[in-house]
Design a protein around this ligand. Structure first.
Ligand code: CTP
Length: 416
């Protein structure tokens, strides 16, 4: 079973904003379900919410102190509210009362929760809960319409018995259903921790497989999807870099702000990389074929005359990464390689780091179900001389942001 199926929100940082309604007690269960789904959860409460449930309960369930006011200097010192707004990959308001929806729709920032929602760039989801007449009121209908038009995800409400003994639409959706709806939306492409961290730098990224043609209809290839390299290119562009993405044959859209060069073979990839240099950073995420046929057969190779077996004569391809790393004239401040390993991950990765004279190597453990080549998720460890960092299983988009952060850190630490 894949990581995505087990923990659909793995690696996501969720800020749960709890509004003041009787359904606030269900938000406690929601914290548990979000964490079970793999998310890291912090909670902010309105004053009304604190009339129904205590911050201490949320602290016990989330592992973080629940935030209750803009004016708590101790909490602000630990993590300022703007930092908290930036920390979140997505913000979920549950329960969202009629009053809270109105304040969110109109961009108010008159308490901690509305300020966080206004200050964040993360996608917002609201799970409304209120009396059914309040839900149907034209003011609420208009406010929800306004929020939807801005791309806010509206989850529920359910139709059924309400707290006051009446029945109708207005029940908070059950925590499991809220998690399922959140998981149904593509994981957000979180902004890197330091926007602008790569401002003014030129970054060359390779991605995808290479295809080495045998004859007009056959080639040697591999199962790389290109997703990791594309995610890294997208993340580097969001961090302000000028990005050239040299892509092998893949079925992926070009990320915004990225200059893409399509290639097929290892030799073409090497030429495209050469043309893209000089640059400040090189990130070799492509799964470049190690061997290519010695000669391309312009005619289709026939079975007749070859017998029961066929031996292919293969020669080594240029090691683009090692070539780039040894070039003095390429202007590179940081060269990053990838390694796919099934065992002795740290040893092999460190050997490659040294042998290819890299500044950073990112090792994927291949063969773990739910991660790797064709998956949307991955788990990896980065090594550099004198250090390492573990990236637990998470969506590739999130890992790419983590890697770009690390690249920015290494650039600050030791320019070549
Ligand atoms: N690479 C490259 N050119 C090649 C082969 C690999 O640039 N001809 C780069 C890849 O982009 C990746 C790294 O080198 O960043 C992978 O290193 P490599 O030694 O090829 O790893 P493996 O293929 O896993 O090697 P081995 O089979 O020896 O473990």
């Amino acid at each position: 079973m894949s990581v995505t199926a087990n923990r659909p929100l793995a690696g996501q940082r969720i800020l749960l904003c709890v509004g003041g309604g009787i359904a606030a007690y269900k938000a406690l269960e929601l914290v548990r379900r979000l964490r079970d789904a793999g998310a890291d959860v912090q909670v902010a409460m309105t004053a009304g919410a604190q009339q129904f449930v205590t911050p201490l309960s949320f602290q016990a369930l989330s592992g973080y102190p629940a935030r209750t006011t803009l004016w708590d200097s101790a909490a602000e010192q630990a993590m300022g509210h703007l930092e908290l707004a930036h920390w979140a990959d997505r913000v979920v308001v549950a329960p969202a009362t009629a009053d809270l929806l109105a304040r969110l729709a109109h961009g108010m920032a008159d308490d901690l929760v509305t300020t966080l929602c206004l200050a964040t760039e993360a996608p917002l989801a609201v799970a409304p809960a209120m009396n059914h007449r309040m839900w149907k009121h034209p003011a609420t209908v208009a406010n929800v319409g306004l929020l939807r038009s801005r791309g806010v995800q509206v989850i529920g409400p359910d139709d059924g018995p309400l707290a006051e003994g009446e029945s109708g639409p207005g029940r908070l959706r059950e925590p499991d259903a809220i998690v399922a709806e959140l998981a149904g939306v593509a994981p957000p492409a979180a902004t890197p921790a330091a926007p602008g961290a790569l401002q003014g730098l030129r970054v060359v990224v390779t991605a995808g497989p290479t295809y080495e043609d045998l004859d007009p209809v056959r080639y040697l290839g591999n199962r790389s999807s290109g997703k990791m390299g594309f995610a890294v290119a997208a993340s580097a562009a969001r961090a302000g870099a000028e990005v050239v993405l040299v892509a092998g044959p893949v079925q992926l859209d070009t990320p915004p702000g990225v200059q893409r060069v399509d290639v097929r073979s290892a030799a073409q990839m090497r030429d495209a990389v050469d043309a893209a240099l000089p640059a400040d950073v090189y990130i070799g995420a492509a799964a470049v074929a190690d061997y290519t046929p010695r000669a391309f057969s312009p005619k289709k190779i026939k079975k007749t005359g070859t017998g029961e077996t066929l031996a292919l004569d293969l020669v080594r391809t240029p090691d683009i990464l090692a070539e780039v790393a040894s070039r003095e004239d390429a202007g590179l401040k940081l060269v990053v390689g990838f390694a796919a390993e099934t065992h002795n991950v740290a040893d092999y990765a460190r050997q490659k780091l040294e042998a290819k004279r890299l500044d950073l190597i990112v090792a994927n453990r291949v063969g773990v179900p739910g991660t790797g080549f064709e998956s949307d998720d991955n788990a990896m460890t980065a090594y550099w001389p004198g250090g390492e960092r573990d990236f637990p299983p998470a969506p590739k988009l999130r890992l790419a942001d983590g890697l770009v952060e690390l690249v920015a850190e290494r650039l600050r630490a030791d320019a070549r």
